[in-house]
Design a protein around this ligand. Structure first.
Ligand code: URA
Length: 242
């Protein structure tokens, strides 16, 4: 027996939160009856419908994509720009990205149809490390990098401590390459952190997510996560959020 919202999320129709909204709005039926109560437990033999359409119990799939720059982290774009699911033409499951990378950011992105897994990874309490390589304009002062390490005030609050490492600095070109490790996933966070110390990010790439890296992939390539990797990432998120 599993909670109704979890079953809907697992079917790849919506995140668990969205599934809860559907339930509250009276859009969900179990064995032909509208259910508005959250948390009702259903079994595999119960017939679940969302907006009158029976849910198909899709197999859960998990992918790691090396997202190129110039791609939207979404399943659809109204302006017709390239989106991350375009890199999975043969996939019948309705996958979507877990979190997002900016249009101009490249790097590691996980896609799945498992709403529960997506929720777990996106929960702010889960402090999975994300490592970014940023090329910035100008050469930052050590004391400013320290500010990023300690946490810096942004318009949506102070950032959590970060690890910051200057990989190289080019005096002639007045630019620097910085490795920055953060746990949070706020909108445009890395770009805003550097802006806060007076440096524009001109290139940004996410190199690592927990223990997952881009190893063996070129921009635009993807691979399936192994069941073991999925288990490990799940365990990492659960451990971190304790
Ligand atoms: N931080 C950013 O500023 N952009 C991203 O895409 C990811 C993290």
């Amino acid at each position: 027996m599993e909670r109704l919202q979890k079953v809907i999320a697992r079917a790849g129709i919506a995140s668990r939160r969205k599934a809860e909204e559907f339930i509250k709005e009276g859009k969900v039926k179990v064995n032909g009856k509208v259910v508005t109560e959250l948390g009702l437990k259903v079994s595999a033999s119960d017939k679940v419908e969302v907006n009158e359409i029976p849910i198909e119990k899709e197999e859960s799939v998990y992918f790691l994509l090396y997202k190129p720059r110039g791609v939207i982290s979404s399943v659809h774009d109204e302006k017709g720009r390239k989106v991350v699911v375009d890199f999975f033409p043969g996939i019948k499951e309705r996958i979507y990205p877990i979190g997002r990378l900016d249009y101009d950011t490249s790097g590691l992105l996980i896609l799945t149809n498992d709403g529960e897994f997506a929720n777990l990874l996106m929960h702010p309490r889960n402090e999975i490390e994300k490592v970014y390589i940023a090329k910035i304009k100008g050469i930052p002062l050590k004391e400013n990098l320290r500010k990023l390490e300690k946490g810096i005030r942004l318009e949506d609050g102070k950032t959590a401590p970060a690890k910051v490492n200057m990989l190289s600095a080019d005096k002639k070109k007045q630019s620097a390459i910085i490795e920055i490790t953060i746990h949070e996933g706020r909108n445009r966070q890395v770009r805003r952190m550097f802006e806060a110390i007076g440096h524009e990010v001109v290139k940004l790439k996410r190199e690592r997510y927990g223990f997952l890296t881009l190893q063996g992939l070129k921009a635009g390539e993807a691979r399936e996560l192994s069941p073991h990797e999925v288990k490990q990432i799940r365990a990492l998120a659960l451990n971190q959020s304790k």
